[in-house]
Structures are given as structure tokens and as C-alpha cells.
Design a protein around this ligand. Structure first.
Ligand SMILES: [Zn+2]
Length: 652
């Protein structure tokens, strides 16, 4: 490990049964020996607290800790992540083992930090519906609403005779005779997120007390698993830690005949995950706690990464703001559910196919140096992702094929073609750093978001949104004014009708800056009535023919653009790239398709990353002369990227 250049490892995150073989009996000697061996070889250690995998004695003695899933089924123990985040016994025992662990390792040389639990967002359900969570939910509601009158009013419980007369009557959204009250179901999603954050914070508190010199974080996959609000989760942690398995997307996609994933599409999904995780702590460099090191999976394998891909994926993380990479894993396990998850060593402890490539990557990243790895990442373009809209639309999609995360991903893929860099914001922060803010499916608009967006536009920003914007308030009630509700004045339009589309076709004809071939509109159409001075950039051609489909409204120094029709991805891409270019977001280099470009910088230096996600060599034209930091050669006019190749260029 030391010879390969590895400088730190994360260990012990699932080792509860070895640390506490019987309740209250702790054994850390084996772990201390491992830490000591690593330390003597110059390898620092991040310790994982083991709460994601309670031992059999615990679940046998305290079966009430088991998670009840959304169908009311109590999970069976014997795997991982089968626990209720609220249950006081589980919390007490998770805190006890973490406390003993922290005491045992607080002054052990070589320990640098902690990972609390492991992937809190993952699991068969990710949300628990047990009796402890129900009681916890009722307490949370009392604190939120103060009175039953307020709760009944906000949820509109008079409908279907749901008026509650005691908090103890409030259920959890398990299967019933019909879909749940939307406000109730949304509050339950918020409560489950808060329960997971609160579970994590109990361990954070004890680690801060017992190990004040160590950093503390927790690891999650970014963006796609959306059950816990990541901004809440990481608020008091030192930095974000992310797990990155690009090859696994193909495995998930293989079960869907309508979904083919090209390396380019996969590249955009991975970039979204990195941008999402970087943005959780407003741009602070993040750590890849687990990076794919070979074939990966539990019951199935992902494809063997092509030569160059492991290196490319590592650089992709760095290019989007990571400060370091830990590979998962060193050894491949010969037993247990993750036998198929290949490490840097094969099962027979020979070098894996990716071993030399990872070693090369480690050597190169060290040569780039700390300044490059801790450099800033700033962008002029932002994508608004909000858990309220995500969770509320999952409860009531309107059209069953409308999916928030899919829509976010589609918009991200279109925006990424500008190579301008994309931050992922929730609209509750200062937006003045951005030129353009895109907000697809912003179903719920909070008053603070409406204020921030208005100020952003008035100050010169361009706000681009789409169908179903401003439909609901934070209680998940439909707004009482014309749509788009709180954003009506900013958008300069009124939605005069909205149409869920199934077999009926709707068409769109473009005008002005968007002039181009007619397009199909699927799934949804908002029919817009532009106010005075609002420019029409597209109209419908079938139903409501001639009525506005896309509008642009000038307000103050900026603009608000409403894309009221759900366009096919290729058309949406053309529309968004055109709008971005027309509003100051242009790529500084003409980057070929399948190649990604990002820039990190500090006060005096810029690092330009070029990433080839394709299996073919490509030449990227350059406008300036650069120094190729990995070859120390000067490059100008163009640079060649090998298949899955990477270049890191410094301004010269
Ligand atoms: Zn529970």
C-alpha cells in the first residue's frame, strides 16, 4: 500500500460485531494493531463508526430496532442498513459503541478523522414507518405546528374527514384506501430526513467531545438518492465525503429497455453527482471516500472499466472539486455480500487489471500538488434542486412519467454542454454570483426563494424555469393565485391552462432567438398568457394553437424565461444552449462532443481539466498556449486526448 503511494485509508465502518462481540463488552485491540501497522508505514486512518451494520445479538435482543418499510414490512436483519433512525435503543447502542471507539482511538497516532455510519441515504426503503417513527413524527409535528388547529389548517384535513383532535391520531403514510394527504406525506418525508440527520448528530456530538483534533464527516452517493436533505446532513460536518461508482449506472440502466447509457451520458450523471456534492457545502472541496477500483456490485458485476476509465473517473472527481480520492477497495473480499466488489488486488491477491492505472493516477495527483487539489471551483451557471419539490412531486407527479430527479438530470445534461461549470443551489442563498439560474419542475416555491429569485433577476440575472413552476406552497397546498403563483410578476405570464399529455400530441413552433425546427411536446404543456412586454419565444401548434409555450420577460436588469412545454431532450438541449449563449454563458474553448472541460483556480493560478469520456482519440482546439502539467510540455493550437484520456493544463 505504501509503495503504491496510498497516504490514507478508511476502515472499520461495518465492524460492530468484532468491536462489541457481546453487549457492553468491547474489543478494539485488533483494530489498534491494524492502525499501528498502517501508521508505521506512513498511512493515516479514517475510522468508520459501525452503526450501519448492527450485530446479530443486538437485533435478536432488541427486534424493535428493525426498520419498517413503506409497505409496512419489517426488515429482516443479517445485512446492513435495516435499522430505524428514530428507535431510542438503536441510538443508545450505536452511540455506546461509537463512544467506546472514540475513547479507544482519540489519542492513537495515525488517526486523522471519522466517518459516521455509512451511506445513511441507502437502504431498501431509506425511510422507516415503524411505531417509534410514528411517535417521533407526532412530536416533530407538535414542535412544527404548535397546535392541532394549525396542522389541520395547513394540511386541509377537513377533506376526507381527516380532522385530527389529538396528535396521537396522526398516522404515518403506510398503504391506505387511497393516496395520502399531500401535506401530511410531504411532512413525513421531511421528518424522516430530520430523523436521519438527528441520528447522525448524536454521534457527531460525542466525537467532537472525545476527539476534538480529528475531522468528522459521513459518506453518501450524490444527488440520485434523495431521501435525506444533504445540506442539513453536512451542515455541522467538516466536509462532504462522496462515494463514486460510475460503472454501476450501466447495471441499473440494463433493466430498463428504454434507457441506454452511453459513456457521454454516464459522464454527465457522474459530473452532476460531483457538482451536487461540492455544492452541499457551497463549493468547499470534498473527499471521494469510495472510488470505483474495478468491477463493482453485490449480486451482479458492473462491466470491467475500459483501460483509462478508472483514471478518467478519478480526474473527473478532481476536476469537479474533489480534494482527494480513496479507492474502494484494497483487497477483494473472498466472502460476504460484496465478494463481487473488486479492489486493487484480486481475490488471489495479485494485481487487479486497474492496479497500475490507479498507481499512475496517485503518482500524477501527487505531482499536481495540494494547491491544485484544494483549488476553488466557481461557476456563472446554477441549477436549482430543492427537496420540497422533489418529495412533493414524488407524492403527486401529476403525469406519472414526470420525475423530478430525471428532469434535473436532463436539464443538467443540456446545461453541461456549455462547459461553464454548474453549481447546484436550493434558491435560499445569495444568487448574485451567477449569470443564469435554471430551475426545472420548481413545483413548490417558498417565499424566500421567490424573493431571492426576484432580486437575482432585478440585479441582472437570467432565470430559466419550466413546467409546473410555483404550483404549490410549502405546505404542499395549491396556491390561491393564478399560476405561477409567487413567481407570476417575475415571469410576466399567467398560466391559463395546464395539460397533462398522454396519447394526445402537442407541438411547438419557435420564434425569435429560438427560431428553429418545430418540435413535439410530451407529458405536459403549460398554456401561457404573456403580460404586457413579455416576449413570446414559442407557440403551441395543436391544442391552444398560437398560444404561448415559451416566454421571456425583462425585469430590472435581468430576464425571466418560462419554458412551458415539456420538450424532448434534444430540443430542450438546443433551447437551453441557445438561451445560455444568448445570455453570456459561452464555452471558452470549442470542446468536441463527449469531452468535458472544467476549470479550478486559486488567486494566482488556473487548472483546466479536459476529460475524454469516449473510446476514441480526439483533438481539442486551444485558443491559448498552456503547460500540460502531466507531461510538462507546452501545448498550443490543439491538444490530443487519447481514448478516456485526461489533460490538466495550466495557463502559461
Ligand atoms: Zn422507525
Amino acid at each position: 500500500m505504501a509503495e503504491v503511494g496510498i497516504t490514507n485509508v478508511r476502515i472499520a465502518e461495518f465492524a460492530w460485531s468484532l468491536m462489541e462481540p457481546r453487549e457492553g463488552t468491547f474489543d478494539f485491540q485488533w483494530l489498534k494493531r491494524a492502525v499501528d501497522v498502517l501508521h508505521r508505514h506512513g498511512i493515516a486512518v479514517i475510522l468508520g463508526t459501525p452503526s450501519a451494520a448492527p450485530p446479530p445479538w443486538l437485533s435478536a435482543k432488541y427486534p424493535e430496532i428493525l426498520l419498517v418499510n413503506e409497505n409496512g414490512v419489517t426488515l429482516t436483519p443479517g445485512t446492513r442498513r435495516f435499522t430505524c433512525p428514530t428507535n431510542p435503543t438503536y441510538r443508545r447502542l450505536a452511540n455506546a459503541v461509537a463512544t467506546e471507539m472514540a475513547k479507544a482511538f482519540s489519542s492513537v497516532p495515525g488517526i486523522v478523522g471519522w466517518q459516521i455510519d455509512n451511506e445513511l441515504t441507502l437502504g431498501s426503503a431509506s425511510r422507516c414507518y415503524c411505531r417509534f417513527c410514528r411517535e417521533g413524527f407526532q412530536q416533530w409535528l407538535k414542535a412544527k405546528y404548535g397546535s392541532l388547529e394549525a396542522l389541520n389548517r395547513e394540511w386541509g384535513t377537513a377533506f376526507w374527514s381527516n380532522v385530527y383532535t389529538d396528535f396521537s391520531q396522526v398516522p404515518v403514510p403506510l398503504p391506505s384506501g387511497a393516496p395520502p394527504n399531500p401535506g401530511f406525506a410531504l411532512d413525513y418525508d421531511r421528518y424522516q430526513s430530520a430523523a436521519n440527520v438527528s441520528f447522525m448528530k448524536e454521534q457527531l456530538k460525542l466525537l467532537r467531545q472525545l476527539c476534538p483534533s480529528h475531522f468528522v464527516t459521513t459518506n453518501n452517493v450524490g444527488g440520485f438518492i434523495d431521501t435525506v436533505d444533504m445540506r442539513d446532513l453536512y451542515r455541522d460536518l467538516d466536509f462532504v465525503a462522496s462515494d463514486n461508482y460510475p460503472g454501476v449506472f450501466e447495471v441499473f440502466a440494463s433493466g430498463d429497455p428504454n434507457f441506454s447509457i452511453t459513456p457521454e451520458a454516464s459522464g454527465a450523471m457522474v459530473s452532476f453527482a460531483h457538482d451536487f456534492m461540492r455544492s452541499v457545502k457551497d463549493g468547499k472541496p470534498f473527499l471521494i471516500m469510495e472510488e470505483q477500483s474495478g468491477k463493482a456490485g453485490q449480486p451482479t458485476f458492473s462491466a470491467q472499466p475500459e483501460p483509462g476509465q478508472l483514471r478518467l473517473w478519478s480526474y473527473q472527481a478532481i476536476a469537479h472539486g474533489a480534494m482527494g480520492i480513496n479507492y474502494f477497495r484494497w483487497d477483494s473480499a473472498r466472502s460476504g455480500a460484496e465478494e463481487y466488489w473488486h479492489g486493487m488486488l484480486n481475490h488471489d491477491r495479485t494485481k487487479s487489471p486497474g492496479f497500475d492505472e490507479i498507481q499512475q493516477t496517485i503518482r500524477e495527483l501527487k505531482s499536481l500538488g495540494e494547491k491544485a487539489l484544494n483549488a476553488s471551483y466557481t461557476s456563472e451557471l446554477a441549477l436549482l434542486y430543492d427537496y420540497n419539490s422533489d418529495w412533493a412531486l414524488a407524492i403527486q407527479p401529476g403525469q406519472p412519467k414526470l420525475k423530478y430527479v430525471s428532469e434535473i438530470m436532463t436539464w443538467y445534461g443540456c446545461m453541461a454542454a456549455s462547459h461553464a461549470g454548474i453549481d447546484v443551489v436550493d434558491g435560499k442563498q445569495d444568487l448574485s454570483a451567477y449569470k443564469v439560474l435554471c430551475a426545472p419542475l420548481m413545483y413548490i416555491v417558498a417565499p424566500e426563494q421567490a424573493r431571492r429569485i426576484r432580486a437575482f433577476v432585478e440585479a441582472g440575472g437570467v432565470f430559466i424555469t419550466g413546467i409546473r413552476v410555483g404550483v404549490k406552497d410549502e405546505a404542499s397546498r395549491i396556491v390561491e393565485t393564478a399560476l405561477p403563483g409567487l413567481l407570476s410578476e417575475v415571469m410576466g405570464v399567467e398560466v391559463i391552462d395546464y395539460q397533462p399529455l398522454y396519447s394526445a400530441k402537442q407541438g411547438v413552433q419557435f420564434a425569435g432567438v429560438l427560431a428553429g425546427p418545430n418540435a413535439e411536446c410530451s407529458l405536459w404543456a403549460d398554456i401561457l398568457n404573456p403580460g404586457n412586454g413579455t416576449e413570446v419565444l414559442a407557440t403551441y401548434t395543436v391544442d391552444h394553437a398560437g398560444k404561448a409555450a415559451i416566454t421571456s420577460h425583462s425585469l430590472g436588469k435581468g430576464k425571466a424565461i418560462y419554458i412551458g412545454s415539456h420538450l424532448e431532450p434534444a430540443t430542450l438541449g438546443r433551447v437551453l444552449v441557445t438561451l445560455l449563449a444568448a445570455n453570456g454563458i459561452r464555452q471558452s474553448v470549442s470542446v468536441p462532443s463527449g469531452v468535458e472541460m472544467t476549470v479550478r483556480h486559486d488567486r494566482s493560478q488556473r487548472w483546466t481539466y479536459l476529460l475524454n469520456h469516449t473510446s476514441k482519440a480526439v483533438d481539442v482546439p486551444l485558443k491559448n498556449t498552456y503547460r500540460d502539467l502531466l507531461s510538462s510540455k507546452s501545448v498550443s493550437s490543439s491538444v490530443r486526448l487519447e481514448p478516456y484520456g485526461v489533460k490538466v493544463l495550466a495557463d502559461s
